[in-house]
Design a protein around this ligand. Structure first.
Ligand code: GLC
Length: 446
């Protein structure tokens, strides 16, 4: 249970309560359909990459469908890429021609997205890449698609990051001004970490090719400007300055996320993909199973975090069958079990998760949820629970779960187990696992 308010700059209560969101990565990279970093991975030239700009025309795009599916899947907020590292803008901008307005599609997709979110009742998030591999003043570094050009150093002499920063500020001001109230701003990402520098292709280029971070973005002033425009907005940590939420990515969280200096628990959101790539990837086969999807969400909430799951629409604009089916897995489970997610978080330390189970607890402390990752044979043993339970039921169908201080034998005769102790409680379960990916016992505490 979230025992105390966590330090953030703005009120994140709604975010912590809602727990579950949708990420949407959509851009020119949806055409090559083999990873949103394709320009970096294949060092694609501007000329070649412009083909995707020329043919960007999501003729089957229905942004309402995206957000309706998010809502049905139990997601409470959605975050759309306004511009990814490729530099292409899904919004109308005074400061660039490299926008959706100048493609065959010709309409402001960010506008369509914010309107659709508000129509269906989702909070609105915008992702904005600090990195820009298209802008002529963004200097070539060891992540840039031009990094292997023989004259990369010479190209950099004509590039001016001060001009890029002005562009970055101008566009962030546009998306913070022209689309109404925005609830989340999801920046991506700072990479001054020296370990990455070891990937630098040229030994003698380690300096001029080094990664970019808070100074390169003028992050302090960027955030200051945003807060003047959108006082309640939640900002993440990827400018290089932690703001309201920290964003562990594609990782298994074990205990939660804490401030490195103070050890204080932070408000955090794990971001994951259904299959590996953030942008639509036609040939990717590493799609998470239904069990992985549901256990991922439960595990993250049991550690006190949020989960944002990513979809990458096809370049025609629709969600492919794999994405639809993955969202359907969440829809089916959340329909009956969302009470163990919304308004819940890490259980009090007094509760010890039984083997093969994950716990969440309601923020008011009154309800404990036991998620059965492994289904026990006929009884679930839980230490230190005796005298704490007022009533218990399966959450999915509200059917009572009987419990005893000692396991009931078939004849109903109570048998004292040698290793039995007075604090253990036995929940008596049906022999056959209910038809639920992860069954949940809802415990009403005394
Ligand atoms: C990583 C990926 C980037 C993606 C982001 C989302 O930074 O490289 O493509 O947009 O994660 O969290």
């Amino acid at each position: 249970m979230q025992s105390k308010k966590l330090k953030t700059i703005v009120d994140t209560d709604w975010f912590v309560h809602d727990r579950f969101g949708m990420f949407i990565h959509f851009g020119l990279y949806s055409l090559p359909a083999r990873h949103e970093w394709i320009k970096n991975i294949e060092c694609i030239s501007e000329e070649k990459y412009d083909k995707y700009f020329k043919y960007f025309n999501p003729d089957m795009l229905d942004v309402r469908d995206w957000v309706k599916r998010a809502k049905k899947a139990g997601m409470k907020y959605a975050v759309l890429t306004t511009k990814h590292h490729e530099g292409f803008c899904l919004f109308d901008s005074k400061y660039s021609d490299y926008t959706v307005m100048n493609t065959p599609y010709g309409k402001d997709i960010v506008k369509e997205f914010v309107d659709a979110c508000r129509e269906v009742g989702l909070k609105v998030g915008l992702y904005h890449s600090l990195i820009d591999w298209h802008h002529p003043d963004f200097t070539i570094d060891w992540l840039h698609p031009r990094r292997n050009d023989k004259d990369a150093y010479e190209q950099n002499q004509g590039r001016d990051m001060a001009k890029y920063r002005e562009y970055l500020f101008n566009q962030v001001r546009e998306i913070m001004t022209n689309y109404g109230k925005i609830d989340i701003l999801w920046f991506d990402f700072s990479y001054t970490d020296k370990n990455w520098g070891s990937l630098c292709p040229w030994e003698d280029a380690k300096d001029w090719m080094k990664g970019k971070g808070r100074e390169d973005w003028d992050a302090e002033n960027l955030v200051k400007m945003i807060r003047e425009l959108q006082p309640d907005i939640i900002i993440n940590d990827r400018t290089g300055i932690l703001q309201d939420i920290t964003t562990p990515e594609q990782s298994a969280i074990k205990y939660g996320v804490f401030d490195k200096e103070t050890g204080e628990p932070l408000v955090w959101e794990a971001c994951h993909t259904f299959s590996g790539s953030w942008g639509y990837h036609r040939d990717e086969q590493t799609w998470k199973s239904p069990t992985m999807l549901i256990q991922l969400l439960i595990n993250i909430v049991s550690c006190g975090g949020n989960l944002i799951m990513n979809i990458g629409p096809t370049s025609r604009g629709y969600l492919d069958k794999r994405a639809e089916s993955a969202l359907g897995v969440y829809e089916e489970w959340m329909k009956y079990n969302d009470r163990s997610i919304y308004g819940c978080g890490k259980a009090d330390a007094q509760f010890e998760a039984p083997e093969g189970c994950k716990l969440t607890q309601s923020n008011d402390g009154k309800r404990l949820y036991i998620h059965l990752f492994e289904y026990p044979f006929k009884k679930l043993e839980m230490a230190n629970m005796a005298d704490k339970v007022d009533y218990a039921q399966f959450l999915h169908d509200g059917s009572e779960i009987l419990y005893n201080k000692m396991p009931i034998r078939p004849a109903g005769v109570l048998t004292k187990y040698a290793e039995h102790d007075e604090t253990t409680l036995y929940f008596n379960l049906p022999e056959v696992k209910p038809d639920v990916v992860v069954p949940v016992i809802e415990v009403f505490l005394k």
